[in-house]
Ligand binder design. Structure first.
Ligand SMILES: Cc1ncc(COP(=O)(O)O)c(C=O)c1O
Length: 424
């Protein structure tokens, strides 16, 4: 199936007489005839459901659809994108370990790594996505367990050179984890460029309608854990909390990562997505391919309009030929990048705020990447916990306006920008 078809058909195939839409299994628990039946599930000897804190059929249908879209072998939904980032890293990096991450990742992920996960004893080195191979090599330590980057950085809109980072990560025997939220599998499939694990904030384009907060982790099934046995003992040695199962042996490269993440982290931390939310997420994904195409064509028109406006000091959109990211965007995302455009207005921060107040259609919201056009000044909102130095290092200029172009008629969006600029 092609991507457009997978958006509709993948993940769930009803049998004769079953519901056409995925069923919402709104149940905390599942019934079994004997204790032995249930014991087999607890021992991971049989597959099935016993408690929705770990797994639920509705979630699994949707996770299977996202796995198909990404070209992965296994996937799980989480309660948020933050939970997906945390689980994906914590599944293989523990206290005493080290992680390399791109310095331009989303501010919430940066804070999760740089503050909260440091408190858990995990060390992080942030490298510029523009760093040289030598600088990247120099960031590795004997205890480095993974490299983490974002296909299109939010809000810096920096394109991550997935292939280059994957090659270096693999040379050091560690996987590359990619946050593919902004590109979506419609525009980029990181596994085709060497990434090993993909995560999403499904809250964004995948849901696409401001309806549900959620996340997803997808495994490519390609990373050979046993070939790096000493680096990943959690996957390659017996798990005493699960009757001595060795995940990489029992579930192979295809299933080890997600099974461990479910059996250990979801069991202990319980950041599961509600089945009702998974159902709504599935509705969003059904129209993902058409929506993403429209987001991208609208955004390109808005970016070109802004570029030609005398009151606009700079525009950053990876789809613009003038963008320093254009070449990488063409390499990884030939059909389009995303619907988010960032720009600055002459007069800086003050004028940016005035402009935003003047907008009538575009609403001020922390959200991004959904059907409605919305706008944000990250330095005074989502990224306010970062110092100016961290902001600039993360590619977020203090005057940056993040404009998330929706799927309304683009002429209405441009007219709104025009009247707001006219007033300043
Ligand atoms: C690229 C990216 N990754 C992760 C997240 C975190 O996702 P969530 O808000 O669903 O927890 C966000 C949220 O804005 C994001 O933009």
């Amino acid at each position: 199936m092609r991507q457009e078809t997978k958006c509709i058909e993948a993940g769930y195939t009803p049998k004769n007489g079953e519901s056409r839409m995925i069923p919402i299994v709104q149940s905390t628990t599942f019934k079994y005839d004997t204790s032995e039946d249930m014991a087999k599930l607890f021992d991971l000897e049989a597959s099935g459901y016993f408690y929705t804190r770990l797994q639920n059929p509705t979630n699994d249908y949707v996770a299977a659809k996202i796995a198909a879209l990404e070209g992965g072998t296994a996937a799980m939904l989480t309660s948020s994108g933050q939970a997906a980032s945390f689980f994906s890293v914590f599944n293989i990096a523990n206290a005493g370990d080290h992680v390399i991450a791109s310095s331009t990742i989303y501010g919430g992920t940066f804070n999760l790594f740089n503050v909260t996960m440091r408190k858990m004893g995990i060390d992080f080195t942030f490298v510029s996505p523009d760093c040289t191979d030598e600088e990247l090599e120099a960031a590795f330590k004997p205890n480095t367990k993974l490299v983490f980057g974002e296909t299109i950085a939010n809000p810096a809109l920096k394109i991550f050179d997935i292939e280059r980072f994957a090659n270096v990560a693999h040379k050091h025997g560690v996987p590359l984890i990619i946050d593919n939220t902004f590109a979506t599998p419609i525009n980029c499939r990181p596994f085709e460029w060497g990434a090993d694990i993909v995560i999403h904030s499904t809250t964004k384009y995948l849901d696409g309608h401001d309806a549900t907060v959620g996340g997803c982790i997808v495994d490519s099934g390609k990373f050979d854990w046993m070939a790096h046995k000493d680096k990943f003992p959690g996957l390659t040695t017996p798990d005493e909390s699960y009757h001595g199962i060795t995940y990489a042996e029992k579930f192979g490269n295809e299933g080890a990562f997600i099974t461990k993440c479910t059996a250990q982290l979801m069991r202990d931390l319980g950041s599961i997505q509600a089945p009702m939310n998974a159902y709504l997420l599935n509705l969003g994904i059904e129209s993902l391919a058409v929506r993403v195409e429209r987001h991208c064509s609208n955004a390109l028109k808005v970016a070109k309009y802004l570029e030609s406006h005398e009151k606009v000091s700079w525009v950053n959109y990876p789809g613009l030929e003038s963008s320093e990211n254009y070449e990488l965007a063409q390499k990884y995302m030939k059909n389009g990048t995303c619907g988010v455009v960032s720009f600055g207005i002459k007069g800086g921060r003050e004028k940016a705020e005035e402009f935003m107040k003047n907008l009538k259609l575009a609403m001020i919201a922390t959200h991004v990447a959904d059907a409605h056009t919305c706008v944000l000044h990250p330095a005074s909102s989502t990224h306010r916990q970062l110092t100016d130095e961290e902001l600039i290092k993360g590619g977020v200029a203090p005057d940056l306006i993040r404009f998330s172009v929706g799927i309304e008629n683009v002429d209405d969006i441009i007219e709104d920008i025009e009247q707001a600029l006219d007033k300043i």
